[in-house]
Design a protein. Structure first.
Length: 257
């Protein structure tokens, strides 16, 4: 095949993806598409691993055995979600064995750190998972805020052009929704028990950090993902959707975003 024909073939698949086309196997994916897809999957896997590891540290601070069982189930299922997507990464030749090694998923920055949306350290977790959880109330608030953000982000990703990954995200979504519903039940109880001021302080801490997980409003990467059919709605639109949703949900509990 000549270089001109190769370029023509790439432009054809690029246009196919931009118009809503789907791919179903690694061998059909052009190099740049593969790179963006791998980055997207690594971000999800590393965020689930880091999120689950950080949440595991607060299981024993939960008030009562039922809350501890729920927290343990959420932790285990998040590790399972990471494994699910990791297997798809393996189809692309990723060295998934390294994830079985001991990596510092629970490692966190100081509480007062501020890294915005930038990556930190040796993995691809979202920046919000570099911040430490400070007790049970803080864990519940973070779970609710980030859980609703994850649902919005996964709903977007579940319409992506790589069919096996889109299918995986659709399978994962109901679990993430249940995790967040459990968090909202816990937050309602916390508010009723008189810990609303503590919860409000946690909301103030986590809102800007979760908001940063949507990425910047002028992201060049979004344009590449949109062209490949891996994203559809701009970062700012998703973040505004999340803010409006959280304003309504937290407002019902006497909390403000």
């Amino acid at each position: 095949m000549t270089s001109d024909n190769a370029a023509s073939d790439f432009m054809a698949i690029d246009d196919y993806l931009a118009k809503g086309g789907k791919l179903s196997a690694p061998e059909n994916a052009p190099p740049r598409y593969r790179a963006e897809l791998m980055r997207l999957m690594a971000t999800f896997v590393d965020s689930e691993m880091a999120g689950a590891s950080g949440f595991a540290d607060v299981i024993n601070t939960a008030p009562g055995i039922e809350a501890r069982i729920a927290a343990a189930r959420i932790t285990a299922e998040k590790f399972g979600h990471a494994r699910h997507v990791l297997r798809i990464m393996g189809d692309f030749g990723a060295n998934i064995a390294r994830y079985a090694e001991h990596l510092p998923w629970a490692e966190r920055l100081p509480r007062d750190a501020d890294i915005g949306a930038t990556r930190h350290g040796g993995d691809m977790r979202l920046s919000v998972f570099h911040y430490p959880i400070d007790g049970w109330v803080d864990a519940v608030v973070m779970n609710v805020l980030m859980g609703r953000a994850t649902i919005i982000q996964l709903t977007e990703a579940a319409e992506g052009s790589y069919q096996p990954l889109a299918d995986a995200f659709r399978e994962i979504l109901p679990f993430e929704e249940r995790h967040t519903e459990l968090g909202e039940q816990g937050l309602k109880q916390i508010s009723q028990d008189g810990d609303r001021a503590i919860a409000q302080a946690s909301v103030a801490y986590w809102v800007p950090r979760v908001a940063a997980s949507f990425g910047g409003p002028d992201s060049l990467r979004f344009e590449a993902l949109r062209r490949f059919g891996l994203r559809h709605s701009p970062n700012a639109e998703l973040q505004e959707r999340w803010r409006a949703d959280m304003s309504n949900r937290l407002g019902a509990l006497g909390l403000t975003v």
